[in-house]
Design a binder for this molecule. Structure first.
Ligand SMILES: NC(=O)c1ccc[n+]([C@@H]2O[C@H](COP(=O)([O-])OP(=O)(O)OC[C@H]3O[C@@H](n4cnc5c(N)ncnc54)[C@H](OP(=O)(O)O)[C@@H]3O)[C@@H](O)[C@H]2O)c1
Length: 247
């Protein structure tokens, strides 16, 4: 991976902080080119080699802007391959006082927005980059959540259902993309120490077998595993990264 032409390429959504930031660091340190996508301009506090040139500013919740971003990504790739696509960007809206939004209190508008970002963006990006992924039998990782498989005290109904749908999408895509040699997996984090967590999460630690929150770097390591040869026969899987919270 010494020259630009044989450098591996990662397209990563939501790289400005949290799990995405740790993922940028993990892949960059292994010599990958990382092309990032998020709403804000290039985050100065998350620097990586060639960062500003390889950042696409996009609102993944806006179907038109999303379509523009796919074209922009393909332009920047200039016919070159994508070895990995990591759909990490996600939103988890709360009520005005920070309260959980359930099936009775979530507006249709909010529900749709959550699905646009958490569910539709991954499928649009994967379909939009299929030729670039096919070229090198790339790997796709969708970031789901423990909230996709159980009612969670803080994550709301829209978030939970979007992540359950994303887990199902991962299976569907594994079946459809597999014949092209493209692997599609998901990782389902539990309570990871990032900005998305709600106040009060600390109290959940007592019920987690490993008795601590996870670190973004621990999630990034699992994403890296799914994007490399170490996992060459793994597809359609969802890896729990939650200190045993699901047991
Ligand atoms: N932290 C946890 O404990 C946990 C647990 C389970 C699952 N997860 C999942 O892990 C992923 C990352 O979580 P995190 O905790 O690292 O979240 P975070 O700190 O809130 O970061 C979210 C990222 O998504 C980007 N983003 C949000 N809305 C976007 C939009 N409309 N268009 C483009 N980018 C957008 C943000 O960048 P901009 O602000 O620049 O747009 C940011 O980089 C999410 O999918 C989340 O659901 C996290």
């Amino acid at each position: 991976m010494s020259t630009d032409s044989n450098r591996r390429v990662l397209v990563l959504t939501g790289a400005s902080r949290g799990i995405g930031h740790a993922t940028v660091k993990r892949f960059s340190s292994a010599g990958w080119r990382v092309i990032t996508c998020s709403r804000h301009p290039f985050p100065e506090n998350c620097p990586w080699e060639a960062g500003p040139e390889d950042h696409v500013q996009v609102d993944l919740g806006d179907p038109e802007d999303r379509a523009r971003a796919v074209l922009e990504l393909r332009k920047r790739l200039n016919g070159g391959p994508v070895h990995a696509l990591v759909n990490n960007a996600g939103i988890s809206p709360k009520g005005p006082k920070g309260e959980r939004l359930n099936t009775l209190t979530t507006s249709e508008e909010d529900w749709r927005k959550v699905f646009e970002v958490n569910f539709f963006a991954p499928v649009v990006l994967a379909r939009g980059l299929i030729e670039e992924l096919k070229a090198v039998q790339g790997s796709i990782v969708n970031v789901t959540s423990i909230a996709g498989s159980r009612v969670h005290p803080f994550a709301g109904a829209a978030y939970a259902t979007s992540k359950a749908a994303l887990a199902s999408l991962t299976r569907e895509m594994a079946a459809d993309f597999g014949p092209f040699g493209i692997r599609v997996n998901a990782i389902a984090p539990g309570e990871i120490d990032t900005a998305i967590l709600s106040p009060g999460t600390e109290k959940m630690v007592a019920d987690i077998p490993l008795r601590r929150l996870g670190k973004p770097e621990e999630v990034a390591k699992a994403i890296y595993y799914l994007c490399t040869d170490q996992s060459s026969y793994v597809t359609g899987s969802e890896i729990h990264i939650n200190g045993g919270q699901h047991v």
